[in-house]
Write a protein that binds this ligand. Sequence first.
Ligand code: NAP
Length: 308
Amino acid sequence: MEIYDVVIVGAGPAGLSAGIYAGRSNLKTVILDQMMPGGQLLITEQIENYPGFFDGITGFELSEKMRQHAEKFGAVIENGKPVSSVDLDGDIFVVKCEGGEFKGKSLIWAAGSVPRKLNVPGEAEFVGRGVSYCAVCDGAFFRDRTVAVIGGGDSALEEALYLTKFASKVYLVHRRDKFRAVKIIQDRVFKNEKIEPIYNKVVTSINGKDFVESLTLKDTVTGETSELAVDGVFIFIGNEPNVSPVIHLVDTTDQGFIITDEEMATKTPGLFAAGDVRHKPLKQVVTAAADGAVAAMSAAKYLEEKEG
Ligand code: NAP
């Protein structure tokens, strides 16, 4: 079986950037992705803080450019390959996924994260019937309807703004009395007449018959409960890292993010982590891409030192 110099898991900005740098260093590189290249870019309508794209660029367009860029330098992209396990056979990484396995002398884990769940009654039951974690995917179903967005970070506020293109009313439900999103986005939210912030409230259940009809909210200050009639609820309360296949090979924080050094190295020689799976102060497309570049150059250095 073919042994790659670098196996990269995840084709978001971190994995694709790693693919560009590894391919350009003449390393035999494969990038595995569970679906198609893009990662969370695919569920982001507009990126307006990636350097050079001052007019903004859609997440889809940016991911397409990154994919083409990685392929231009020889990285092979394998779609539809969700990884189930990673093990070491000597110093070779054996990556098992649907439809087979891939072997690599080094591994860059850039598998990103999944949306955090509220874990309240009705949430799992109404997924696809009013509960969504992706405004770009599902926003258009809520034309002239009332929706709630849950969360107070950049994602919640940006997606609430995006949803005003379709919905007639967007409640923005946050558990505290201050948002944590950057100020420029907060200002846009406060100016938007379709958005009504609801502070100090958590969702305790999502209710309905066939589709979502209402939320039960609990006031975090007074403890009082109330009902909010909505046709849909978009949940943006952060993300949890995809780490389970490599959990035995890395150290993580209490929240499960992989701990690396500045070179993106984990505690296992030859295994590097990049992007949203990694513990770091700023999670952005540009920092994911930077992580990928560093990880690929570190993998190149690791191989050079090992093989001479
Ligand atoms: P985040 O920054 O972690 O914010 C999560 C929000 O959800 C917080 O407001 C948090 O409340 C709330 N929350 C968490 N658990 C909750 C629960 N169980 N019930 C109710 N509310 C809950 O997550 P994010 O907005 O997805 O952003 C993730 C990272 O990506 C951040 O670093 C962000 O800056 C970045 N990002 C950047 C951009 C951009 O630059 N354009 C866009 C999107 C995301 P508290 O505030 O009380 O903790």
